[in-house]
Design a binder for this molecule. Structure first.
Ligand code: FDA
Length: 350
């Protein structure tokens, strides 16, 4: 059963369950009813529901192996193969938009898996150079072995950072859940301290964490480039602002600090209110659009991406690809549960 998060032994039956749930959620009446029943509190519930699903191993195994899942995920995922991602990157570049490529996968459990994951990124860097793409890479440390041994992740990513530096590209270290924040910061600081990779590595900071203001001050002091996002994981109130209004307020506070730093940072959001406020703050403080970039996800708010480019802003799109798309996809649904409606409508139309 899908909603209960339990797996069903029979794949055909599970596929039927998935289709029935999708069909139910495509009905506008379903969403009207949900809103009426739960009023404004429905969004946190749906968010928790999708975050819960993102950790469901049975659903993950089933979805990643099903053609239905692959079709649904294609809105947010460039494809299953490196070549798909490179083709999308070239087409995004043609629209005047930069790219960061993400080979999907997280939480590897063996050294060999970590090295295999890194090998894909080395191939990407070679192709970025060969095809002269305006692209860099985004890497998750748990995919590079962080949960096996921090030293393994450090060594693997150091070789990626050297490779990126050699071709004038860049490695962005994504931020995962708060149990990994300290270890991630430590590895990025060590990489940044190395002359060979200094210019080629940056980090992600999440505005929902209380600690982020202090982290940003320290990172700016060291000259480290930051991508600021709101944060995509489920965190307890002991470490993260539970209210969206507080996350938004902190996002703006931290954005302004980053803009003032004179370092080239990425401001990752699809929130028009945040973007308008950042543009206005930069204008008032004489900070040129060339001194920072907006970042968005592949498949999300393409209209806004194009508008920003037309208005003369740098935009970078995060392009994920690969067979391990399920947790990433569920986090996108958690951010905006109405995407289920949108996806399913398109699915049944096509
Ligand atoms: P928010 O969730 O506040 O919503 C505001 C509006 O944006 C919505 O009303 C809707 O219009 C639009 N919107 C937002 N999400 C949408 C979606 N999925 N589909 C359609 N519309 C949507 N997180 C993290 O924890 N670690 C990381 O390393 C990264 N990396 C990262 C890179 C890039 C380039 C981006 C854009 C985001 C991330 N994130 C991330 C995810 C981030 O933390 C956050 O969960 C999402 O960006 C959603 O927050 P927003 O500020 O975009 O909008």
């Amino acid at each position: 059963m899908l909603c209960g998060g339990r797996s069903v032994a029979n794949p055909a039956k599970q596929q039927r369950h998935l289709a029935v749930h999708c069909a139910k959620m495509t009905s506008p009446a379903f969403w009207v009813e949900v809103r009426a029943l739960a009023g404004r509190s429905v969004m946190p519930l749906l968010r928790s529901f999708f975050i819960g699903l993102s950790r469901n191993r049975g659903m993950r195994r089933f979805s990643e192996n099903s053609t239905l899942g692959a079709r649904l995920s294609s809105r947010f995922v460039a494809g299953m193969e490196i070549e798909d991602a490179l083709r999308v990157a070239a087409s995004v570049n043609r629209q005047g938009i930069s790219v960061t490529l993400d080979s999907l996968g997280e939480s590897v459990t063996t050294d060999a898996e970590a090295h295999r994951a890194a090998e894909i990124y080395h191939r990407l860097l070679d192709e970025i150079a060969a095809r002269k793409l305006d692209a860099h890479i985004s890497v998750k440390l748990t995919q590079m072995g962080l949960e096996i041994a921090p030293e393994l992740a450090y060594t693997v990513v150091e070789s990626l950072a050297r490779h990126a530096a050699a071709i004038g590209s860049f490695v962005r270290i994504d931020m995962e859940d708060s149990s990994l924040t300290g270890a991630t910061l430590e590895i990025v600081r060590r990489l940044h301290a190395q002359a060979e990779s200094q210019s080629a590595v940056g980090i992600v900071i999440q505005a929902y964490l209380y600690r982020s203001q202090d982290d940003i001050e320290q990172l700016m002091g060291e000259g480290i480039r930051v991508r600021l996002c709101k944060g995509a994981y489920k965190e307890p109130a002991s470490v993260a602002f539970p209210r969206k209004a507080d996350v938004d307020a902190n996002y703006l506070r931290l954005s302004y600090r980053l803009l003032e730093s004179g370092i080239f940072h990425g401001l990752a959001t699809h929130d028009e209110k945040m973007i308008a406020a950042i543009r206005e703050y930069a204008r008032q403080h004489g900070i040129a659009p060339s001194r920072y970039e907006f970042q968005m996800l592949y498949g999300v708010r393409r209209d806004l991406q194009r508008d920003l480019v037309r208005a003369g802003y740098n935009v970078r799109v995060y392009v994920p690809f690969g067979r391990e798309w399920y947790p990433y996809f569920m986090r996108r649904l958690a951010e905006r549960p109405a995407n289920v409606l949108f996806l399913a409508r398109n699915f049944f139309r096509s």
